[in-house]
Design a binder for this molecule. Structure first.
Ligand code: BES
Ligand code: MN
Ligand code: ZN
Length: 485
């Protein structure tokens, strides 16, 4: 997406959709434009109930009165940055519905960095997954954003294209049907990242996984005809100022296994590799941005299906760190696969921080809904840094308690722990389960089950994958290197 700047008066900005932010005082704020539109603008927006409150919006044709073909007025209430940022997201979404290729943004005075984020939000709102729709039903994506009333500061927005491209990469991976993205093809996408600077890719096939005692990948993936694998990406820039590991849940389809899901819950379970897509995308963006941080990225890729040799309730998995896990529900499979990856990530010399992303629990969706990822960590510093990065990116991240007393809910009769902790606090017990496999590193777990895939349009996101947390993780890694988050 191309980003331009214009100091021309609003009526003279040529674009398909001109987006103007307005608050409760909109009659004054829109007075000049209203005059250009022969008094029809205020009449129109008032007739459509526009009151300037955040969330309200009104679109109208300009009928030759402006150089812009259409006008979108977005309510931003007090005009705070969060409201402006969301308005940019909405602008992207509306632009796609109208097939606008160029979007003019009049959001008022923004700081340097805010231009970058606003442009990223336009792109996030602009994305739709429509490659299975017939040509006539597809609308073109926006190609350019023009910041109105802004002198050029191209350096600040130079890398928007990179961040947006990788967020889209994650969304395309998640939206793709499970018959397209399964462990081998996910690994092929990962291999494709080796053309990025200083990146190497290694894939452990099932045989190697067995040899390395990746017992989660082996057990969960066993019922599928498509063998599981472990994907390991490394990025080693010159002069690195830190070293982090990213871990992603790559369950390319989650039927629940023998603890089979009902159809309504299974329908969207191609999204269950959302964590993998998120960390692969963040990894790739960090490499393309040349961020000065060493990164190891681990993905456990499996399909959780049913067959005559499926793993069973009462089975016990013995992990190489000594923890044994009694299976009480084959639908709590993600944590078993993540455990393999967390063990591997903990072993990498020099890694100080591990962050995993996973569509882990329905309980997290119940707790936080579609707008927030759940953050679990013992480290206040890591929590602060991640939440700041999410805020800066315009994404929703909310810290949840990693409440140690609930560990007793994982108590098993025959093994160290069982793989489920019951209904209560389900997202917390899942996080506590993962903690058993992290050794000697600062660690945070992101439960992205809510935002990873939205069934209905939500905030500025079209239905389907959102790619939330990709830009947050990129910002966090950037901050690790001393850059701005
Ligand atoms: N992949 C699901 C979690 C999920 C639910 C992701 C909804 C996205 C949307 C996970 O593997 C799962 O099935 N979790 C179970 C855990 C339970 C058996 C302890 C759940 O949430 O019901
Ligand atoms: Mn499951
Ligand atoms: Zn799952």
């Amino acid at each position: 997406m191309e980003i331009r700047f214009s100091t021309r008066p609003l009526p003279q900005i040529p674009c398909d959709l001109l987006v103007v932010a307005a608050g409760p005082d909109f009659e004054t704020e829109l007075a000049d434009l209203d005059a250009q539109l022969a008094g029809h603008l205020l009449e129109w927006v008032k007739r459509h109930g526009f009151d300037g409150k955040a969330g309200g919006k009104s679109t109208l044709p300009t009928l030759g009165h402006l150089e812009a073909r259409q006008l979108l007025v977005v309510g931003v209430g007090d005009g705070g940055w969060e409201r402006l940022r969301n308005a940019a997201g909405v602008a992207g979404r509306v632009a796609r519905r109208h097939g606008a290729r160029s979007v003019g943004l009049a959001l008022g005075a923004l700081s340097g960095d805010q231009h970058r984020v606003a442009a990223e939000m336009v792109a996030a709102g602009n994305y739709v997954f429509d490659r299975f729709k017939k040509e006539a039903d597809r609308k073109p994506a926006a190609e350019s954003v023009v910041f109105a009333a802004t002198p050029p500061i191209p350096s600040l927005v130079a890398d928007v294209g990179i961040r947006v491209k990788w967020q889209d990469f994650a969304r395309d991976l998640v939206n793709a049907p499970a018959d397209e993205i399964y462990p081998e093809t996910l690994a092929a996408r990962a291999r494709g990242l080796d053309s990025l600077p200083n990146v190497a890719v290694e894939v452990w096939d099932l045989e190697r996984c067995r040899a390395e005692e990746c017992v989660g990948i082996e057990a969960v993936g066993r019922a599928s005809d498509r063998p599981g694998c472990l994907i390991h990406l490394t990025y080693r820039p010159d002069g690195a100022a830190g070293h982090v590991a990213l871990v992603g849940k790559g369950v390319t389809f989650d039927s629940g296994g023998l603890s089979l899901k009902p159809g309504s819950s299974m329908q969207t379970m191609r999204c269950d590799m959302g964590g993998a897509a998120t960390v692969m995308a963040a990894f790739a963006a960090a490499a393309e941005l040349h961020l000065p941080i060493d990164i190891d990225c681990f993905v456990g890729a499996v399909e959780n299906l049913v067959s005559g040799n499926a793993y069973k309730l009462g089975d016990v998995l013995r992990y190489p760190n000594g923890v044994t896990v009694e299976i009480h529900n084959t639908d709590a499979e993600g944590r078993l696969v993540l455990a393999d990856c967390l063990i591997q990530a903990s072993k990498v010399p020099g890694v100080t921080h591990i962050v995993d992303a996973a569509t882990l629990t329905g309980a997290c969706v119940v707790a936080l809904g579609a707008d927030f990822t759940g953050l679990f960590t013992e480290s206040d510093d890591l929590a602060t840094a991640l939440v700041a990065a999410a805020d800066a990116a315009g994404e929703g991240l909310w810290r949840m308690p990693l409440h140690a007393p609930y560990k007793k809910l994982l108590h098993a009769d025959w093994a160290t722990i069982k793989n489920v902790g019951g209904r209560e606090g389900g997202a917390i017990t899942a996080a506590l389960f993962l903690q058993h496999f992290v050794d000697g590193k600062e660690w945070a777990h992101l439960d992205i089950a809510g935002p990873a895939f939205v069934e209905k349009e939500s905030r500025h996101y079209a239905p389907g994958a959102t790619g939330e947390m990709v830009r947050t993780l990129v910002g966090w890694i950037e901050g690790m290197g001393g850059g701005s988050a």
